[in-house]
Design a protein around this ligand. Sequence first.
Ligand code: DC
Length: 232
Amino acid sequence: MNKITIAIDGFSSTGKSTVAKSLAKHLGYVYVDSGAMYRAVTLYAMQNGLIDELSFKKDKLAAKLPQIEISFKFNDALGFAEVYLNGVNVEHEIRTLEVSGFVSTIAAVYEVRKRLVAQQQQMGKDKGVVMDGRDIGTVVFTDAELKLFMTATAEKRAVRRYEELVERGDDVTYEDVLKNVQDRDYIDSTRKDSPLVKADDAIEIDNSSLTLVEQFEKILDLANKKIKTYSS
Ligand code: DC
């Protein structure tokens, strides 16, 4: 069977990474969480005083990019690759609401996108990859054989994200999470460089009322059909 490229885009907290991880595991493909890369750059900016509530030193961040090394290492126990920032595992730290509050600003920077997109394209050059994000089908892998665009209502997504954060032990309110989801939707969809839009050839999946199992089966079926087409 030939390997294909699977691009999964969509709004924040639509469960892209959950389905992408299961799909990659099932197909024996590599899973890449592109959002984790933008989050890692955001964490670097926060740790180095380049962004806070009052200021953003965009040019300084752009100049520092060559010193920001982002990598993934597969964790056997977890069954997926965790993200490392300059050799330090930051998988947990990048998921806070604080990082979520700054990440869309960082992800709108042209130089940041250029560098991360090049790295993502390198990771997927041999196919057999499932990558999720905002611009995977429209910019990173425009020739991906399967493109999905995931949506759900902002309220549904905020409930899911809120429950995840509470389970981690984070002290957050539902209202703050909903506001973050809505703010990120707005910034991600209206930014000048690579805004979040559905690729013309992407299949839209609204999972507001799908269970995880139903969603996985639907997407696995689409993937298997594509793999068959490209292998015959
Ligand atoms: O998927 P996520 O919520 O972890 O992504 C975090 C942010 O990174 C998201 O608000 C927008 C940005 N992002 C992006 O601009 N392009 C991508 N390919 C992935 C994420």
